[in-house]
Design a protein. Structure first.
Length: 260
């Protein structure tokens, strides 16, 4: 599998501090082949030091990729993903504990969303907390692979509002779960298989809130991702489009184009 990747982030029009943190890792392993890992964390803007929460989480994910994942290469394929899931759940407890201790010592509250995708061969696993998202562009369409853990999503699930009405809802940024100050979150962990050439897009809500799926597909479908530089230019244009639509939040996007 060939993988091309890029990251782009912008503080936005009104925020003085960019509280988003983004990670992309791509590695060749002897036994598992090409491995890629992408994550976006959005520090909660209503709390101080949201950028600390997102940064600490991304650094912990990076350490996990280099240290813990490398120790799993000898596992049988049928056990590998089960072990990774257990490892991720333990990692969330560890990160959450560290953030709570940091907050308690400084007498503040802080928190962050977390969305991440790990690819090994044609398989992937996703972990999600909060309302950052992962999409996949391929085979003529864009699909959302994560489900928001938010008040807004709960309203949609219960039939109280429609997806269209949700755009202007006053509770659009209220989370049901985050990593940090609230009680220990229960991450949504799902698995899947890449069936064709695909572009994975991980992003914060500042990116997806005004996003047009057709625009995203046109910019980042596998056919358009000839080089990493092309992908980066496309991400910059999509962020500019969000800003032109009066998005005021931090805006972050990471993309992985996978050729099977």
């Amino acid at each position: 599998m060939k993988v091309k990747a890029c990251i782009y982030t912008d503080a936005g029009k009104k925020r003085k501090v960019n509280q988003d943190s983004v990670l992309v890792k791509v590695a060749n392993s002897k036994k598992l082949g090409r491995i890629s890992f992408v994550a976006v964390c959005d520090g909660m803007g209503g709390m101080p030091k949201g950028e600390i929460a997102s940064c600490k989480t991304i650094r912990a994910l990076e350490s996990w990729f280099h240290e813990e994942l490398s120790l799993m290469q000898d596992l049988e394929p049928e056990r590998l993903w089960d072990v990774i899931e257990v490892s991720w759940r333990r990692l969330i407890v560890r990160i959450g504990g560290e953030l709570k201790r940091y907050a308690k010592h400084r007498k503040i509250e802080l928190g962050t969303t977390l969305t991440a995708l790990l690819q090994i061969g044609e398989k992937y696993m996703i972990m999600n907390i909060g309302d950052s998202r992962i999409y996949i562009a391929g085979k003529g369409e864009v699909k959302k692979l994560t489900k928001d853990q938010s008040v807004l999503q709960k309203k949609i699930d219960e039939g109280l509002i429609t997806e269209k009405e949700a755009v202007a809802d006053g509770e659009k940024s209220v989370l049901l779960q985050c990593l940090g100050s609230m009680k220990m979150p229960e991450p949504e962990i799902t698995r899947g298989v890449f069936e064709n050439d695909s572009t994975v897009v991980a992003c914060s809500d500042g990116f997806w809130r005004t996003m047009d799926k057709n625009e995203l597909y046109s910019a980042l479908c596998p056919q358009m991702c000839v080089t990493s530089e092309d992908m980066l230019d496309a991400c910059k244009k999509l962020v500019k489009s969000a800003l032109d639509k009066d998005e005021t939040d931090n805006i972050s996007v990471a993309a992985l184009c996978m050729e099977l």
